[in-house]
Write a new protein. Structure first.
Ligand code: PLP
Length: 390
C-alpha cells in the first residue's frame, strides 16, 4: 500500500469528522428525547418487559418500515431465532444463508438445531447471489410429496432462506423471493443492519414472510441491546409475541405456560431509548448519506473502490466500506489507520471458515472469499459537528 495514499485517506477521514481524537467505526448519538423518556420510564417503575414504551416502539417501528406488525425482542440474534422458529425451522432442517455475515446469522440457525448451507454472495450487493441460489436448488434438491424442498445429499428439508442486507446495502431481495417461492422455502430477511434502507420503494425486511432488525449499540439507531421481528401475518405476529414472552397464557394471576417459550421480550427501558432514537432516524440517515457521498467523491479519484448503493436501492450506509486491490494492501491500510487513531476493520471471517461451521455445505463460493480479502469498513458515525450545525 502506498503510504502517501494511506496518509491522505486518514487526513480525509479526519477532515470529515473534524477531530484529532480517536475516530471509532460507529458510535451512537443521543441528542433527542432519550433522557426524558428514560426518566419517564424510571418514574413509572415499568423498566422491565411490561410497559407502554415497548408497545409504542413496536407501533412506531411497524409504521416506519410499513409492516403490519412489529414485535420487539432482546436483540437481533434472538429475533432471528424466533423468526426461524415461526416458519417451522426445526432440528436437522437446513437453512440457506450466506457466508459473508455476522456470526449471529448462523448462530440463530444453530439455536434451532438446523444446519446452515452457505450460498455465495454478489460483489455488487454483498448479499446472497440469487442466480447461484437458484442453481444450487436446481442441482441439489428435489421436491417431496409433502410439497417441501429436500437436499438430495442428505434428504434434509430446506425450510428457510436467510439473505442479509450487508452494511445496510439491500441485496436483490425480489429475485431471491421469487426463487424461494418456486421451491416453497420460507424467506426470512436478516435486516439487522439495514433500518432505513429501501429496495424498489419497499423497506428492507418487509419482503420476506418475516424480517428482523437489530438495535445493538453499533447500529444506526440503538436501544442499548434490542431487536425487532416484523411481519404482515397476524398469526405469526401473535405467535412471535407469545413465544418471546415465555409462552405465558394471559391471566390476571395464574402462571400457566403452554410450551417452552423464551424470555426474549425487549425491556421497557430499552424501548424508551428506541422511541427517542426512532424520532431522529431520518435525520441520522440524511447525515450518514452526506458522509457516504463525500467518501464516494473522494475515493473516485483513488485506486480504492468505494462500495456504493446498488441500483434501484436507497441504502442507509450504516457502515461504509472500501475494497482494496488485494489482502496485502488491505492489511497495510488496516495497520496504518488503526495505529493512527482511526478505527477501521476488515469484514468478518467467512462463517464457513469458523471451526463450528467448517463442515457445513457451501455453494460456489467465489465472490465471498474475494471480498473477505479486500473489504475494509471505515468510520461511519453520524457526524456530531454537522448534526449540531443542523
Ligand atoms: C447481519 C447481522 N445479523 C444479526 C445480528 C445480530 O444482532 P444482535 O447483535 O442485536 O444480536 C447482527 C448484528 O449485530 C448483524 O449485523
Amino acid at each position: 500500500m502506498n503510504n502517501d495514499l494511506c496518509t491522505d485517506i486518514i487526513h480525509k477521514i479526519r477532515s470529515l469528522f473534524r477531530t484529532k481524537e480517536y475516530i471509532p467505526l460507529h458510535a451512537p448519538i443521543f441528542s433527542g428525547n432519550e433522557k426524558k423518556y428514560l426518566n419517564d420510564c424510571i418514574d413509572s417503575g415499568y423498566v422491565s418487559s411490561v410497559g407502554e414504551y415497548v408497545n409504542k416502539f413496536e407501533r412506531m417501528f411497524g409504521s416506519y418500515v410499513k409492516s403490519r406488525f412489529a414485535v420487539a425482542a432482546v436483540n437481533g440474534t434472538a429475533a432471528l431465532q424466533v423468526a426461524l422458529r415461526l416458519v417451522g425451522v426445526g432440528q436437522d432442517d437446513e437453512v440457506l444463508t450466506q457466508p459473508l455475515s455476522f456470526i449471529g446469522t448462523a448462530n440463530a440457525i444453530s439455536y434451532c438445531g438446523a444446519k446452515p448451507v452457505f450460498i455465495d454472495v454478489e460483489k455488487t450487493t454483498l448479499g446472497m447471489d440469487p442466480q447461484k441460489l437458484q442453481e444450487f436448488l436446481k442441482k441439489n434438491t428435489y421436491m417431496g410429496d409433502d410439497g417441501r424442498c429436500y437436499n438430495k445429499k442428505n434428504n434434509r428439508p430446506i425450510t428457510a432462506c436467510v439473505p442479509v442486507h450487508i452494511f445496510g446495502h439491500p441485496c436483490r431481495i425480489d429475485m431471491i423471493q421469487a426463487v424461494c417461492n418456486d421451491y416453497n422455502i420460507a424467506l426470512i430477511e436478516d435486516a439487522a443492519e439495514s433500518i432505513g434502507s429501501i429496495y424498489k420503494q419497499k423497506h428492507t425486511g418487509t419482503f420476506g414472510i418475516v424480517g428482523i432488525f437489530s438495535f445493538n449499540g453499533n447500529k444506526t439507531i440503538t436501544t442499548g441491546g434490542g431487536g425487532m421481528i416484523v411481519t404482515d401475518d397476524e398469526n405469526l405476529a401473535k405467535r412471535a409475541k407469545h413465544i418471546t414472552t415465555t409462552a405465558k397464557l394471559p391471566h390476571a394471576w395464574e402462571y400457566i405456560h403452554d410450551e417452552i417459550g423464551f424470555n426474549y421480550r425487549m425491556p421497557n427501558i430499552n424501548a424508551a431509548l428506541g422511541c427517542a432514537q426512532l424520532e431522529l432516524l431520518d435525520k441520522y440517515l440524511a447525515n450518514k448519506r452526506k458522509l457516504a457521498l463525500s467518501y464516494k467523491d473522494y475515493f473516485a479519484d483513488t485506486p480504492v473502490e468505494f462500495v456504493g448503493e446498488p441500483p434501484a436501492c436507497r441504502s442507509n450506509y450504516w457502515l461504509n466500506a472500501v475494497i482494496f486491490k488485494d489482502r496485502q494492501e488491505r492489511d497495510a491500510f488496516l495497520k496504518m489507520t488503526n495505529e493512527n487513531g482511526v478505527m477501521t476493520r476488515p469484514c468478518w471471517r467467512l462463517l464457513n471458515k469458523l471451526a463450528m461451521y467448517s463442515r457445513c455445505e457451501t455453494f460456489c463460493l467465489e465472490a465471498a472469499p474475494w471480498l473477505e480479502d479486500r473489504i475494509v469498513n471505515i468510520p461511519s458515525s453520524v457526524r456530531a459537528a454537522e448534526w449540531e450545525a443542523g
